[in-house]
Design a protein. Sequence first.
Length: 85
Amino acid sequence: MKSFDYVITDEVGIHARPAGLLAKTVKALGANVTVAKGDKTASATSLMKLMGMGIKKGDTITVSVEGDDEENAAAEIEKFFKENL
């Protein structure tokens, strides 16, 4: 399992547009990706659960990636976060 921490820089945090793009990206990679903030955890493919976590600008999240090609998947997900969140 690969994981990394990321500080949200988007003014609105994780909202519908980036959550939807994240879910689509994760599904295309075929990896199991979870997002955690404090004691809350959600699958990155679950739009409603991601939005329900209440992640705002400045929050630090932990992203965990599991799968056959988790090295490349983690790099792609981290790139996604830097470009979109």
